[in-house]
Write a new protein. Structure first.
Length: 602
């Protein structure tokens, strides 16, 4: 029987609700659970299970307070705890949940019984039977019910009862707190106290303590959670006490706020909604994976997965439905892996695939997992369903980064999804590719130069990128365009002249890639002839090469300058009538370029 105590230094952190969800989770996965409400001053665990007090008592003496009172008189636990225990309804085939509630609170009789208990005398007086009572109670529970798990809802604060619940009884303590100094200082002191007390009582059986930050506001940026967890870990590990000891905490669990519970608390595990819909449910499942050994649950989960997989050929829809249901209440990665593999075979729509993969990642599966890497490669290599891809872009970024940040198509797709709202995140993706790839993609270099030059930031970083990589990147037309625009932004004739004289800068390739940039560069910095001469020269070359698309671009540029009629007259004198008609139709009916007006040479 594994014993888990749930403790909080202060109230209002969702401790009892977590106990109820843990019990439901374990029972669904075939485990028998016994829960005790040890928060005698503020009992309420039965409410989390949606039990009416009238459903619980089976005798006039119906709770833990009565068992304790009888023990103090007789020196032994009842041979039968049945009258003090309620058995909750669970689905057919699931494990059982049994609850020993505190007693008939809020009735007056309960408070009178509680007031008669002298806890200090019970635990430290001449007839200190308290420790014997709880050991005997635990032994009787194991003997009579043999549960797989004993869950204890402990009292808040620093109390004698809380000390027993957190040091004498458990194998694991889940310590909850809000992310405030008041809560965290109390948690840190109690964690040190638990360590010392257990070392004195049972030095060979240390307690696992899992600190949990509860009711953390939801954020669209996962780095917010990481920052809170990192600060909490640093605070808890600060030297403490006379010996200046450190707790050596390595991980912090997080439970988010859940608007669904603002008006009425309810158990989320086993409900209609899955972890992809309710972040708090996802948090619960991730926490369970840290405090409940996988070997305790894997046999049952494995049989459920195997049963579903064995039906794929005869009943693929039923197999998929079974796996989808399993992943709504189970955080085991094997279930998600089986479902994703089935989705791949059945060519399930992208939104469902990314939803399950994202949940699997948020439940703690490493982002460099080969299955997740393959899903991101397929799902983010090209524009498919942009709203869906935007929704899961953070997942795609995490997997892309963990897999080495070298997939250019995924990088550029993520940048498109982050823009324009999340420019800094887009820049981060591009910078990481440049840092890790050797050499970086010219298209990525072009994209980051464009972002830097349009962000209003100093040009130093963009100019440095050009200087470092132009030797390998100048083969890319996109890079040449970005390079030219960057130099033109400097509005410096000397810089433009050096650009045009650079042997790596391919002027003809620039013209083929972007006629407008080529035209502006020559007009502003490189060509002493009047603008009309440059305009007509370009038109003649395009007519000779039968390059109708760029001829249309030239017409649009000339219109911005107020020289459209001059250009059309020139084309009429040089080209067949149908060419002129086509240019006029496409230039007037096509979309206009939204570029700034050309600056005339003085």
């Amino acid at each position: 029987m594994k014993t888990i105590t749930f403790y909080s230094y202060k109230g209002g952190v969702g401790r009892s609700l977590l106990v109820a969800n843990t019990a439901r989770y374990l029972s669904i996965l075939g485990k028998n659970v016994f829960a005790i409400d040890l928060d005698l001053e503020a009992p309420g665990l039965h409410y989390k299970f949606e039990l009416d007090p009238s459903d619980v008592p089976k005798t006039p003496e119906a709770g833990l307070i009565d068992v304790l009172t009888n023990f103090s008189e007789s020196g032994k636990c009842p041979d039968d705890l049945g009258p003090y225990v309620a058995e909750l309804d669970t689905p057919t085939g699931a494990g059982k949940i049994r609850l020993m509630w505190s007693g008939e609170a809020p009735l007056g009789m309960y408070w009178r019984k509680l007031a008669e208990v002298d806890w200090h005398d019970l635990l430290y007086g001449s007839n200190h039977i308290g420790f014997s009572f709880f050991k005997a109670l635990k032994a009787q529970i194991e003997r009579q019910y043999n549960p797989d798990f004993l869950l204890i809802d402990a009292r808040t604060g620093v109390t004698e009862m809380g000390g027993i619940a957190t040091t004498l009884l458990p194998d694991v303590v889940v310590a909850l707190a809000l992310a405030t100094r008041e809560h965290l200082e109390g948690m840190r002191a109690v964690m040190h106290g638990i360590r010392h007390a257990r070392a004195e009582q049972e030095p060979s059986a240390p307690i696992q303590i899992m600190p949990v930050i509860s009711r953390l506001p939801l954020s669209s940026d996962s780095s917010f959670d990481d920052d809170v967890a990192a600060r909490t870990r640093e605070f808890l590990n600060e030297p403490f006490g006379k010996a200046l000891e450190s707790l050596g905490v390595s991980e912090i669990a997080v439970l988010h706020t859940e608007p669904l519970l603002d008006n009425a608390e309810r158990v989320l595990v086993g409900g209609r909604s899955g972890p992809h819909e309710i972040p708090l449910l996802r948090d619960y499942l991730r926490l369970f994976s840290r405090i409940i050994p996988a070997e305790d649950l894997r046999p049952h989960i494995g049989s459920l997965i195997q049963n579903a997989v064995s039906r794929i050929l005869d009943d693929p829809a039923g197999a998929q439905s079974s796996l989808e249901e399993l992943t709504t209440y189970c955080g085991d990665q094997a279930a998600y892996r089986a479902l994703l593999k089935l989705y791949r075979v059945t060519k399930t729509p992208l939104d469902k695939t990314l939803m399950v993969a994202d949940t699997m990642w948020r439940l703690g599966v490493q982002p460099d997992d080969p299955l997740l890497v393959e899903i991101v490669k397929v799902g983010f290599s090209e524009l498919r369903a942009i709203d869906v891809q935007k929704k899961y872009a953070e997942f795609g970024e995490a997997v892309w980064r963990a897999s080495g940040s070298k997939d250019v198509r995924v990088a550029l797709m993520l940048v498109s999804l982050f823009l324009p709202e999340r420019r800094e995140r887009a820049l981060k993706v591009l910078r990481e590719h440049i840092e890790r790839a050797d050499p970086p993609s010219p298209n990525v270099l072009a994209r980051i130069i464009e972002l830097l030059r349009t962000s209003g930031a100093p040009r130093d970083e963009a100019l440095d990128l050009v200087s470092r990589f132009k030797g390998s990147a100048a083969i890319s037309p996109e890079f040449l365009v970005a390079w030219a625009r960057l130099v033109m932004d400097l509005d410096d004739a000397g810089s433009a002249q050096r650009l045009l004289e650079d042997p790596l800068f391919r002027v003809e390739a620039l013209r083929a890639a972007d006629l407008a940039v080529y035209y502006r560069l020559r007009q502003r910095f490189a060509d002493p002839a009047p603008s009309s001469v440059l305009l007509f020269e370009l038109a003649d070359e395009l007519i000779a090469n039968n390059n109708l698309s760029q001829l249309v671009q030239l017409a649009e540029l000339s219109e911005e300058e107020g020289r459209l009629n001059e250009l059309l007259s020139h084309i009429r004198s040089r080209a067949p009538a149908h060419v002129l008609d086509e240019v006029m139709n496409r230039a007037r009916l096509g979309g206009r370029r939204h570029s700034p007006p050309l600056r005339r040479r003085s």
